[in-house]
Design a protein around this ligand. Structure first.
Ligand SMILES: [Zn+2]
Ligand SMILES: [Zn+2]
Ligand SMILES: [Zn+2]
Ligand SMILES: [Zn+2]
Ligand SMILES: [Zn+2]
Length: 289
């Protein structure tokens, strides 16, 4: 929507009016056919139409351009009255600077700055309103640290306020303590579970090691037994060897003495040979480790 033409002082060129709202252009855009419109007016029109509202030529939103510079200058130089004229503002200024004025105009209606206050006042009257506003507040003069609305001034009780606050803090603290305890317990629990697991693993390893030790012990024991037997066998063999040597010596001596006459043979002379035979026949025990 454009600016009401009644607000302007002096002549306004027909070319600076919006073809849609017939007011003076506000944030203008221009179609390729050179017709100009307020941005909000032409955007609203193009929702349901696809042409220029003035001459019905086909028009697409993407072809809209800013106004020619000379027209923009003409527009900006127009003299306009403040929108708060009916409230007493006598300001007349260029269209270019009217927004800035109206933002700061002493006759503009503004909301009271106190939170919750529904009152709207002219900017120039705000200060007077604030001194009587029901929503004005101040820090408690007794030093409890609360900000109190002046309307509640009589009901304010420092002790009651502080007690409520204390209760709130206490319940918050209890909650926090509970949380921390829960957290610690769950952490301990998981550590305990971990330890139990570890312990059972170690137990298994110990059992395994025990088995290995007992296997090794029995191996050592059988090795020792084998060694003992081996030694006995060696001793036996040594003994037999000595006996054998003895016999051999005897035989040689007999042969030498009986070489003269083959008839002079003692009946007991066959004994060493028999003994030799028995040694030969005796099976050898072999221990394989
Ligand atoms: Zn318009
Ligand atoms: Zn047109
Ligand atoms: Zn004003
Ligand atoms: Zn107020
Ligand atoms: Zn207080």
């Amino acid at each position: 929507m454009g600016y009401d033409i009644e607000r302007f002082v002096g002549y306004v060129n027909e070319g600076l009016l919006c073809s849609i709202c017939r007011d003076v252009l506000e944030s203008p855009l221009q179609a390729p056919c050179e017709h100009a419109f307020c941005t909000s007016c032409i955007h609203g029109w193009l929702v349901h139409h696809h042409n220029c509202p003035e001459d019905r030529q086909i028009l697409d939103i993407s072809t809209l351009r800013p106004l020619f510079r000379y027209m923009r200058n003409d527009l900006n130089r127009l003299q306009i009255r403040c929108k708060n004229r009916e409230h007493g503002c006598e300001m007349v200024c260029s269209l270019e600077s009217i927004d800035r004025h109206e933002r700061e105009c002493e006759y503009s209606q503004i909301p009271c700055s106190n939170a919750g206050c529904p009152v709207q006042v002219e900017r120039r009257n705000l200060e007077a309103h604030l001194t009587v506003c029901e929503y004005r507040s101040r820090e408690c003069p007794n030093g409890c640290g609360y900000t109190i609305l002046c309307a509640d001034d009589a009901q304010h009780n420092c002790i009651a306020e502080l007690r409520t606050e204390l209760e709130l803090l206490r319940s918050k603290m209890v909650c926090r303590v509970e949380e921390v305890r829960h957290e610690i317990e769950s952490r301990l629990d998981s550590q305990r579970r971990h330890m139990v697991q570890k312990e059972s693993l170690l137990q298994n390893e110990i059992e395994e090691l025990k088995c290995q030790v007992s296997r090794l012990t029995s191996d050592v024991r059988s090795l020792m037994a084998a060694q003992r037997q081996h030694r006995q066998e060696l001793e036996q063999a040594e003994l037999e060897k000595r006996e054998f040597m003895e016999l051999l010596k005897n035989l040689q001596m007999e042969n030498r003495s009986g070489a003269g006459d083959g008839t002079n043979r003692k009946p007991g002379s066959s004994r060493p040979l028999a003994r030799l035979e028995s040694i030969k026949r005796k099976p050898r025990e072999v221990t394989i480790i």
